[in-house]
Design a protein around this ligand. Structure first.
Ligand SMILES: [Zn+2]
Length: 255
């Protein structure tokens, strides 16, 4: 089963083909709209061929284009954790759960990262916050999931399971394909390795829970990890790095 990456400013989205149709994993920042449309065109896929969007979690760099894409094709059904519904309606990243940075070095680097993001999005450099996104209101046709869900059980012709992989946010889910490919959203990442991220994403709500999610991904038979940030990598990296970042090194409250 081929996975087609759509690389946006900071987010990797993915297309998975099922027959004539495509499943889109995640969207991007609102400001990525033109880029997203171009990437889709480059992949030779039209909006009318997308049957579902699976949203790995509600964050601005994943949910920013939901309204745009479902406006192009209102038949698209959005699949998400049942806990994403209210968070999406708010239109901003959840700040009601504790949020920590992975370590002190990263905290310092975050300012640099923000600078890099700003450069990437330089035409919108005056846009202060990237923690907001256009609110999305779940429609009747959308699919809210809880617990482990086989794709066939929600009418998607894919061999795989959606599992809850909490720790980054309370609504994080992972797409586990039976072939061993795991599309994890921010449940793991491959960025800023030099700064000691060790395959963790920068901001976490619960580090222990985050590593428990890695174990679930590994137990589910993952062979290759496709994160939303950074290049794909072999699942053995999770085995090697699980527990490597320590809670006591985390700095609370990321900007
Ligand atoms: Zn996120």
């Amino acid at each position: 089963m081929s996975i087609i990456p759509l690389k946006l400013s900071v987010t990797n989205c993915f297309l998975i083909q099922t027959g004539e149709r495509y499943i889109l994993i995640d969207t991007g920042y609102e400001v990525d709209w033109d880029l997203f449309s171009r990437r889709l065109q480059e992949a030779g896929v039209s909006f009318s061929q997308i049957s579902h969007i699976i949203l790995t979690h509600h964050h601005d760099d994943h949910a920013g284009l939901l309204n745009y894409i479902t406006k192009e094709n209102s038949n698209i059904r959005v699949v998400m954790s049942h806990l994403a519904k209210e968070l999406l309606a708010k239109g901003e990243n959840d700040n009601t759960h504790p949020k920590g940075c992975i370590n002190r070095r990263i905290k310092a680097l975050l300012h640099l990262k923000r600078f890099i993001i700003m450069l990437t999005l330089k035409k919108h450099i005056d846009k202060k916050s990237n923690l907001k996104f256009p609110p999305y209101f779940v429609r009747q046709k959308d699919i809210l999931i809880s617990g482990e869900t086989r794709f066939k059980d929600i009418g998607i012709d894919l061999d795989g399971t959606i599992i809850e992989t909490l720790g980054h946010t309370v609504d994080s889910i992972t797409i586990m394909l039976d072939c061993g490919n795991a599309l994890v959203g921010d449940a793991a990442a491959n960025m800023l390795q030099l700064a000691g991220t060790k395959y963790c994403v920068i901001g976490l709500s619960d580090l222990d829970e985050y590593y428990r999610s890695w174990q679930k991904i590994l137990d589910g038979g993952a062979k290759r990890i496709f994160p939303a940030h950074g290049k794909s990598f072999p699942a053995i990296k999770l085995t090697e790095n699980i527990g490597k970042n320590k809670k006591q090194n985390m700095v609370m409250i990321c900007p």
